[in-house]
Write a protein that binds this ligand. Structure first.
Ligand SMILES: [Zn+2]
Length: 131
């Protein structure tokens, strides 16, 4: 049976710090991810997107990275998505390295979506440098 948007909104969390299981049986890391997954599910139902994948595996140079989603639109454009809180987006470390590697080595845009007080909003798109 097709899951409903309501089911995405009430994603199951068994314990604190445990992943949240969405109606599509993904093990999400946050409520924001579950919410975005529900939005993508609605876009799929509306025919805007062809399909989407949760946590696709990407290798940038020799660094392994799993963005949150890979989305293929009806018009065949493709993009990856990373859901961040504005706070964790500012933190450097591995995420800073990934962004640099993305510009250098990736083939598709990476959309950075911020979640602030439960509201999702695209912050920016990291585009690969022209090869
Ligand atoms: Zn999901």
């Amino acid at each position: 049976m097709r899951p409903t948007l309501r089911q995405f909104r009430t994603g199951v969390r068994k314990h604190r710090n445990q992943p949240m299981i969405c109606p599509l049986r993904h093990r999400h890391k946050s409520k924001a991810e579950v919410k975005r997954c529900g939005e993508l599910w609605a876009l799929l139902g509306a025919g805007v997107i062809k399909y989407f994948v949760y946590e696709p595996h990407v290798v940038l140079a020799d660094v392994s990275y799993k963005p949150d989603f890979f989305v293929v639109y009806k018009d065949r454009t493709e993009a990856f998505e990373e859901i961040k809180s504005p706070h964790t987006d500012k933190a450097g470390g591995r995420w800073a390295v990934i962004q640099t590697l993305w510009r250098k080595h990736a083939q598709h845009p990476l959309r950075v979506i911020h979640c602030k007080r439960g509201v999702l909003r695209e912050d920016r798109t990291i585009c690969p440098d022209p090869k």
